[in-house]
Ligand binder design. Structure first.
Ligand SMILES: Nc1ncnc2c1ncn2[C@@H]1O[C@H](COP(=O)(O)OP(=O)(O)OP(=O)(O)O)[C@@H](O)[C@H]1O
Length: 573
């Protein structure tokens, strides 16, 4: 069972890990890693030299050799200087590798999240991932930094272990245990002691600390949920203020915050025990080698330098063997980050493959045949829809609220994955969809007007005139102002601003999902008349509830919500 779960975790880790190291940046990355490894190897060699130096130095002290003392200090200074330079650059280059890896991985995740509207499908499918923003911003960072620090740390400790174990073996000599008449001599006794001590330490730490993995996993989720609720209040501040919704919001914050605190208390309790164990472990590790080496030191009257060097070598071997103990908290956090990132990647992959079973052809007409649209849990809302709309005509889709009008539009836009049938529709470049909620991105008003296109370097369009015809003249002076416009402009103003995008893009077809629902009837009439006047060849497909919209359309599709529909020719045709 344990082996299986280790195999599974290693496979998950490998899947997350390998891509960067096999990417187009692989040589840069491998080069940087090799340099960091090389610097670490050199510093281990210098550490060995330094341990030798201890022996030499303390023996000099014991012999009161003043001249040799200064020579030895000089040697130390050079060793220390080299160690400092290596430590600084090994860390600096490791961080450089970290930002390169993070940049690459963040780009990949954003790419996958955006690909084929995965960000949207993640919300419609069964595999809804909580807080994808946190996974991209925080988890990737943690994954990269912890993988590098733990990986390089482990490598370094293994190298230290290999280098110092020989030294310790030599220094520690053999230890004789007597059983009555018989005496057994154990060579390299201190090596065995440190080995046994580390195995016991690692075992106890793992038994006490393994719950930290899932506790950390939950902590990150609760923190993100709490932050998300605060962000939602900021985004919906006006509605909440109108409702005087402070109390339920506060209760909600408290509830979410209690999860954060409750889980953190469990982490604290676990960590308290773990800290107790790790600190005791390292304290015992100070005295243990002294106790073991002391008899030999006193019996054989060995120089003090021998004792100091032995203790240092023991400390190094023991540190190396206890790497898992000292890094346990990081390892726990790292494991939970891997779990979070891999489920996110899996869900994105599943969402990416979620695809409507619709045969799409591109042509300058709308021809729908045998189209069935379902909800995520399988309920059919539009069944076997067949209809045709030629270019330059107009159609309104009507039906009760919740009957599936917007979902039909989502299907036509190719973002609703639960549909099957055949659709002939103009290509995306010739269409503009205006969704029910006007979306204004963060930035200037001019950027908002051009969204999703970029503002041209030289804007030759007569924006003032455009704003005037959309009854937005008062915004003409604020085109370059950066603001959260969706919380400043009225809903009707936002809808008119979104409507103005049609005149900038001039698509051949436009799909309007209640795009004028917040306007008074006179303004709505004005906007539709303007549309017909400015772009007389445009094909309009609208969704709307108002009867006043009917005169602007030639056909009407009425959906019932239980699969049925009716197609009418209106008097204006
Ligand atoms: N992501 C989703 N997951 C589950 N159900 C959904 C999802 N999106 C929409 N629905 C459901 O699909 C049904 C149709 O929704 P849709 O938005 O298409 O209705 P509508 O006719 O446009 O309504 P309205 O006139 O109120 O805008 C509703 O019952 C809605 O709850």
């Amino acid at each position: 069972m344990q082996i299986d779960s280790i195999k599974k975790s290693s496979r998950i880790f490998w899947l997350l890990f390998k891509d960067y190291w096999q990417s187009e940046e692989k040589w840069k990355a491998r080069g940087l890693l090799a340099t960091v490894v090389l610097f670490n190897l050199i510093s281990i060699y210098l550490m060995l030299e330094l341990t030798d130096w201890y022996n030499e130095f303390y023996t000099i002290l014991q012999n009161y050799s003043y001249q040799a003392f200064w020579h030895s200090i000089g040697k130390f200074s050079i060793l220390a200087l080299l160690l400092i330079v290596l430590a600084v650059y090994a860390f600096y280059l490791q961080q450089m590798l970290q930002i390169k890896w993070r940049t690459w991985m963040t780009k990949q995740y954003i790419e996958k999240w955006m690909h084929k509207q995965t960000y949207y499908k993640l919300q419609t499918g069964q595999n809804n991932t909580d807080n994808p923003d946190q996974r991209i911003q925080e988890d990737i960072n943690l994954f990269v930094s912890l993988t590098l620090s733990l990986g390089i740390g482990l490598f370094k400790q293994v190298m230290i272990l290999i280098s110092f174990i020989a030294m310790l073996w030599q220094l520690s000599g053999s230890f004789t245990v007597s059983f009555g008449e018989q005496a057994i001599s154990i060579p390299g006794f201190m090596v065995w002691v440190t080995l046994l001590y580390s195995i016991i330490g690692t075992f106890i730490t793992h038994k006490t600390g393994h719950q930290l993995i899932s506790l950390n996993f939950n902590q990150q989720k609760y923190e993100a949920d709490f932050r998300f609720s605060l962000v939602r209040l900021r985004e919906n501040s006006e509605c909440i203020a109108f409702y005087r919704g402070e109390l339920p919001e506060k209760i909600n914050f408290q509830k979410r915050f209690m999860f954060v605190i409750g889980n953190f208390k469990q982490i604290m309790n676990r960590q308290k025990i773990l800290t107790g164990i790790t600190v005791s472990y390292s304290q015992i590790a100070i005295i243990l080698p002294i106790l073991i080496a002391a008899p030999r030191y006193f019996n054989e009257m060995l120089p003090i330098g021998w004792l100091i060097q032995t203790l240092t070598a023991f400390g190094k071997v023991q540190d190396a063997l206890s790497y898992l103990v000292s890094s346990y908290t990081d390892i726990a956090q790292w494991s939970s980050v891997i779990r979070r990132l891999s489920t996110f990647a899996e869900h994105m992959e599943t969402a990416d493959t979620l695809q409507a079973d619709v045969n799409v052809n591109l042509d300058d007409e709308l021809d729908i045949s045998a189209l069935t649209v379902r909800l995520p849990h399988g309920e059919t809302i539009i069944k076997n829809l067949c209809m045709k709309l030629s270019a330059e005509k107009s159609m309104i889709i009507t039906g009760a609220s919740g009957s599936g009008k917007s979902t039909l539009l989502r299907t036509l836009a190719g973002i609703w994955p639960f549909a099957e049938g055949k659709i002939t529709i103009p290509s995306q470049e010739n269409i503009l969809f205006l969704p029910q909620k006007p979306y204004l991105p963060l930035g200037t008003l001019r950027q908002s007007l051009y969204y999703p296109q970029a503002v041209p370097a030289i804007d030759t369009k007569n924006i003032d005139q455009l704003l005037k015809s959309c009854k937005l003249s008062k915004l003409a002076d604020q085109l370059e102002e950066i603001n959260d416009w969706s919380s400043i402009l009225s809903l009707g103003e936002q809808q008119r601003l979104a409507f103005a995008r049609i005149f900038l893009k001039k698509p051949a077809w436009v799909f309007l999902d209640e795009a004028t629902s917040a306007l008074d009837e006179a303004t709505e009439n004005h906007m539709y008349t303007l549309l017909k006047k400015e772009l007389p060849q445009i094909t309009i497909v609208s969704i709307g509830h108002r009867a006043t919209l009917l005169p602007h359309h030639e056909y009407r599709l009425d959906v019932s919500g239980n699969g049925d529909y009716k197609f009418y020719v209106l008097n204006n045709a």
